[in-house]
Design a protein around this ligand. Structure first.
Ligand SMILES: Cc1cc2nc3c(=O)[nH]c(=O)nc-3n(C[C@H](O)[C@H](O)[C@H](O)COP(=O)(O)O)c2cc1C
Length: 177
């Protein structure tokens, strides 16, 4: 059955899925979400935020603690064509990766856009509230429309060990935003 989102009675919902991934976990989730959204006939562009230099634990953790930006290679992020933007990030020092902050500050045409968020991390999924509050606040300050929809995934090495059960709910909620 064809699914036409209520947000776009004229066609398919266009999703811009923006993420940063240092070691592949967040990219893995981004790809899973891309598949799921495509199964529901949404159009998805995966947009990877690229670091200029791969930070070590100390540099990454420190920049994250103070929520400072870190330099990225991407020159343009034009979000104009998307109905919904999804932002994915690893958890660093309990917070979103600084590269996501660099994206938020560089992105064009994000004002008024709907945005949903997901995180990956080693800690338990109920310990990601601080991450959620910080990123939601940053996105709201950039003029975006934030929602309660938030997906947290717990990884051990390259395997999801918790949160996978919430992926389908997240996808369905996003499609109804
Ligand atoms: C600098 C740094 C700080 C981290 N701090 C946390 C943390 O506070 N809580 C947590 O759950 N995981 C933390 N991690 C683990 C990553 O969030 C986790 O491995 C994540 O899934 C990596 O995503 P990626 O493979 O997409 O880079 C940290 C990793 C790095 C590199």
């Amino acid at each position: 059955m064809m699914y036409i989102s209520p947000a776009r009675a004229d066609g398919f919902m266009k999703i811009g899925l923006v993420y940063y991934s240092r070691t592949g976990n967040t990219r893995q989730v981004a790809k899973t979400l891309e598949e799921k959204f495509k199964e529901k006939n949404a159009e998805v562009d995966l947009i990877e935020i690229e670091h200029v230099k791969r930070p070590g634990y100390f540099t990454g953790g420190k920049a994250s603690t103070f929520q400072q930006e870190l330099p990225i290679k991407n020159n343009h992020f034009d979000m104009q064509k998307y109905d919904i933007i999804i932002v994915g990030s690893p958890t660093w020092s309990k917070r979103p990766s600084p590269f996501v902050k660099s994206f938020i500050n560089k992105a064009e045409n994000i004002k008024g856009k709907k945005v949903a968020v997901f995180s990956t991390g080693m800690s338990r999924i109920n310990e990601r509230e601080q991450f959620k509050e910080i990123i939601k606040n940053d996105l709201k300050n950039a003029g975006m429309k934030t929602f309660d929809s938030y997906l947290a995934l717990q990884f051990k090495k390259e395997q999801i060990i918790d949160g996978e059960q919430n992926i389908d709910d997240f996808v369905n909620t996003v499609l109804k935003l």
